[in-house]
Design a protein around this ligand. Structure first.
Ligand code: MG
Length: 159
């Protein structure tokens, strides 16, 4: 029988001017970016935590602490590659990923396919094993007020 795991991740970041908006490793044209020690890629961070959780590892901050200048403004795809390698060291590889972005603006529909392609490269799986959805929060809460972006990710691993 195949050994099988499920993991779940969540992240959120506040909008800030003067930074590029990077979601799922793709630069999205917009007047605001996300405040963070890293590049603020909220989706990649949720995916990292889902993978780490499924593999029985600690959270993203344990491996890439925001007190360490090594990770300042880091391209978060580098972090995801490291997390994939950590999981692989324990024999785990990705079966599928399903994630949701929660934001009012910008509209993500034009960018979803590019994000899926990028994530599937990083996770070393076919694109049909990666799903990315985006939805608004119906103007409720911090995402609804346009203060920032939240992301959730569910991943399954096999070995
Ligand atoms: Mg984060």
């Amino acid at each position: 029988m195949t050994d099988f795991r499920v993991g779940f991740g969540y992240d959120s970041h506040r909008f800030t001017p003067g930074r590029p908006l990077v979601i799922g490793g793709v630069v999205i044209p917009y007047e605001l970016g996300l405040a963070a020690h890293s590049d603020g890629d909220v989706l990649i961070h949720a995916v990292c935590d889902a993978l780490l959780g499924a593999a029985g590892l600690k959270d993203i901050g344990t491996y890439f602490p925001d007190t360490d200048d090594m990770w300042k403004n880091v391209d978060s795809t580098v972090l995801l590659e490291k997390v994939v390698a950590l999981a692989a060291e324990k024999g785990w590889h990705v079966n599928n990923l399903d994630c949701t972005l929660i934001l009012e603006k910008p509209k993500m529909k034009p960018h979803v396919d590019a994000i899926i392609d990028r994530l599937s490269q990083l996770l070393k799986v076919d694109a049909d094993r990666v799903a990315v959805k985006a939805k608004t929060n119906e103007k409720m809460g911090f995402t609804g007020a346009g203060e920032g972006i939240a992301a959730t990710a569910a991943v399954s691993l096999v070995r």
